[in-house]
Design a protein around this ligand. Structure first.
Ligand code: SAH
Ligand code: SF4
Ligand code: F3S
Length: 448
């Protein structure tokens, strides 16, 4: 009799970076002979890939962990791993808090999962949070989608936004080489993937840690150069990138996006606040005027470009007047989407120690007012799609209506239409938009 295969379950919290790391860790586990278990309660190994961007994200992790720690007391052979940003932030303290854990591993260690687990299976309780040079990923990720894929281009962040925990949990910037990125994209193209999103917390920093300077004195490897370098990968029809930082966003990059047919007219550029004094206190390195100029320049090249952003309300010291400037930016620019959040004080960040904290009540009120405006504006932006024919890359079945498929426009709007997923998955289909909502569209296949 052969032993039944060991089963694993990964729960992922947080951003696209974490999702990409989870896919690589899943690939490593499958190479080790583990099989995916949909139900965590049937798994022999549970990995939580965690997020600590705000206090509520961190708390969610503890409540999940509590339940599995309880299960481990009945089932000692269960392996419990905490990876990601809470793991990095808490390190050994997490083992003291949840002694049932077998391993705590920071995001820089994701590609080392096999080695680390072998130490666990040899009987050690492992903490892997020291800074390392991230090794090139040689495993095959187990990707969620068959159509769209994340590709990391730069890990870490060297910025020091005063509210943000990311630099302390993700470490210093480490760019992958253009050759490694292109090779991964070529492999994706061969496997039938159609869309790639290039990922970095501050993707505009791409390449500044790589050697090489041009005769004009700029870094040889920039995001713009990278886009030109990967823009002809066979099979890949669409390229996106995130997240952009207004401080480093260049006209050269905008021109490349306008020029390269595969690069989508879609930009995710967080502005965080519409008030210059708040932006300064956040150490963002730009003014709202500069931000508006960037958007104007994008629209002068690509009038229909989709723009999304992140914003924070209730940063320490934010007055009602300053908050209204954030409303003003949202009112003026016409974003397709804004991810909003109430400021949350984070460990090891300067702003958490300031005395001028805004009350939770005021934060909640501002958040609600901002969200209201964001959805009104998004609905207005959606109107432009009405009656138009959009190219939709089909990703999946609509989980709520199996006779429909779903995909995205080049501008990243989720779109539903009637069709057979087996026939349409991975295809770019012209869709006539017949119904618009703030954050999604419905249409029907347009006759070509
Ligand atoms: N690198 C990106 C964003 C990374 S974090 C950038 O530079 O914009 C994603 C978003 O979470 C941020 O854009 C910010 O809006 C939000 N965020 C980060 N720290 C936060 C905090 N302490 N409280 C509330 N929101 C926060
Ligand atoms: Fe955080 Fe700022 Fe880095 Fe973005 S750029 S990850 S907000 S420190
Ligand atoms: Fe969260 Fe870490 Fe991403 S803190 S937002 S998972 S970088």
């Amino acid at each position: 009799m052969t032993a039944s295969p060991r089963r694993y379950h990964i729960t992922t919290f947080g951003c696209q970076m974490n999702k990409a790391d989870s896919e690589r860790m899943a690939g490593i586990l499958e190479e080790m002979g583990f099989q995916w278990s949909e139900d965590p309660n049937d798994a022999d190994l549970i990995l939580y890939n965690t997020c600590t961007i705000r206090d509520n994200a961190e708390h969610k992790v503890y409540s999940y962990l509590g339940r599995q720690a309880e299960r481990k007391r009945q089932q000692p052979e269960l392996t419990l791993v905490v990876a990601g940003c809470v793991a990095q932030q808490e390190g050994e303290a997490l083992l003291r808090r949840v002694p049932e854990l077998d391993m705590v591993m920071g995001p820089q260690h994701a590609n080392r999962l096999r080695d680390l687990l072998e130490q666990v299976f040899d009987g050690s309780q492992v903490v892997a949070t020291e800074p390392v040079n991230i090794i090139e990923d040689i495993t095959k990720p187990r990707r969620e989608s068959k159509v769209t894929a994340w590709v990391n281009v730069i890990y870490g962040c060297n910025e020091r936004c005063t509210y943000c925990v990311v630099p302390s949990v993700r470490g210093v910037e480490q760019s992958r080489t253009p050759e490694a990125i292109r090779a991964e994209m070529e492999e994706l193209g061969r496997q039938g993937y159609k869309e790639v999103t290039l990922l970095g917390q501050n993707i505009d920093a791409y390449g500044r840690d790589l050697p090489g300077v041009t005769p004009e004195g700029r870094h040889q490897h920039t995001l713009t150069d990278l886009l030109y370098y990967v823009s002809d990968v066979e099979g890949i029809e669409r390229i996106r990138f995130a997240t952009s930082h207004p401080r480093y966003f260049t006209e050269r990059l905008i021109r490349a996006c306008a020029e390269l047919p595969k690069v989508c007219e879609y930009f995710h550029i967080p502005f965080q606040s519409g008030d210059n004094d708040i932006l300064k206190a956040m150490a963002r390195g730009y003014t709202h005027e500069k931000y508006r100029r960037i958007i104007d320049t994008i629209r002068s090249y690509m009038p229909d470009a989709s723009i999304s952003a992140d914003a924070i309300v209730g940063f320490p010291g934010e007055t009602e007047e300053q908050f209204e400037k954030t409303l003003q930016v949202v009112g003026d620019i016409g974003f397709d989407l804004v991810n909003t959040a109430a400021y949350s004080p984070r460990p090891n960040t300067p702003a958490a120690l300031w005395e001028n904290q805004v009350s939770e009540e005021v934060k909640a009120d501002r958040l609600q007012r901002l969200n209201h405006l964001v959805s009104i504006k998004a609905a207005e932006r959606s109107q432009r799609y009405f009656g138009r024919i959009e190219e939709v890359l089909v990703e999946d079945q609509n989980p709520k209506a199996p006779t429909q498929v779903m995909g995205r426009t080049r501008g990243n709007r989720l779109t539903f239409f009637a069709g057979d997923i087996n026939e349409l998955r991975g295809r770019v289909v012209p869709v006539k938009i017949t119904e618009v909502r703030a954050f999604s569209l419905t249409g029907k296949i347009a006759k070509e």
